[in-house]
Design a protein around this ligand. Structure first.
Ligand code: IPD
Ligand code: CA
Ligand code: CA
Length: 260
């Protein structure tokens, strides 16, 4: 295992301790509204601080893009950090939340950790070395589209696109076996890599929601693209990740309603 991945795992474990400390014990005064429907808590901030501190102890030159503190510029290594993905679940006491860390070198995703502390699952991947959950190799599903369970997120940041999204949702919903909306995009991607879900799509995300999960799905044998079939998901925030058996049909529908 590379030193970069080891450090990312260590950072996620320290952050997990912080999140576990605050989970179900948050005070009203520790919750702030960032934008409409978008919350940040003391737990998000402290988790991010410990992750950044851990990275900088080993790699002081690396660049970091973190949700709550923005860009810390450095060299061609870039860490995308979501210190708490699923903040709304966390605030409400729903254990579906995680820490998501995706690492890029010269524009290519090379290592990933998604740590879901209450669920007891740590997902890891390195470019070319496969994807793992708690150290065990994971693979995307091989179910057919009609039997698929796909996950999605609602476009609460792009409500102007709600009607188009709902048409897309309707068609997917009518064709697959089930649709889930769990409230953590990073975990939706991780569960797609693990074959729990067969696919996932969501629009208007941020790079820290997506980066880690993309590499997990690719290393688990799945496919990832934006809504136009390109690899611009970190820029647009629009992502489809799926098993090979689900990707084509899911892409066809999402592209029809939400592509350029
Ligand atoms: C959110 C979660 C959610 C998704 C939102 C994200 P946050 O991240 O991933 O599932 O629907 O678009 O912003 O705010 O909890 O880090
Ligand atoms: Ca997030
Ligand atoms: Ca977050």
């Amino acid at each position: 295992m590379s030193k970069v991945l080891e450090t990312a795992i260590e950072a996620s474990k320290r952050a997990a301790e912080v999140l576990t400390h605050y989970y179900t014990r948050l005070k009203e005064t520790e919750i702030e509204l960032k934008a409409k429907n978008d919350y940040v808590t003391e737990a998000d901030k402290r988790s991010e601080m410990i992750i950044i501190k851990t990275i900088q102890e080993s790699f002081p030159q690396h660049s970091i893009i973190a949700e709550e503190s923005g860009l810390h510029s450095g060299n061609e290594w870039k860490w995308y950090i979501d210190p708490l993905d699923g903040t709304k679940n966390f605030i409400h006491g729903l254990p579906i939340f995680c820490i998501s860390i995706g690492i890029e070198y010269r524009g290519e995703l090379v290592a990933t950790v998604i740590n879901a502390p209450v669920l007891g699952e740590i997902f890891t991947a390195e470019k070319g070395s496969g994807a793992y959950c708690n150290g065990k190799r994971i693979k995307v599903s091989d179910r057919q589209f009609e039997e698929a369970v796909v996950a999605t997120g609602f476009p609460f940041r792009g409500k102007d696109l709600l009607d188009k999204y709902l048409l897309c949702f309707r068609e997917v919903f009518l064709e697959v076996s089930g649709v889930r909306r769990c409230g953590s995009a990073a975990l939706d991607l991780a569960y797609t890599a693990k074959g729990v879900f067969d696919g996932f799509w969501e629009m208007s995300l941020h790079p820290w929601d997506i980066a880690a999960g993309v590499l997990l799905i690719e290393e688990a044998g799945g496919k990832v693209s934006d809504f136009n079939g390109r690899k611009e998901y970190l820029k647009s925030g629009n992502v489809i990740g799926a098993s090979r058996n689900t990707y084509d049909k899911l892409f066809e529908i999402v592209n029809k309603y939400l592509g350029d």
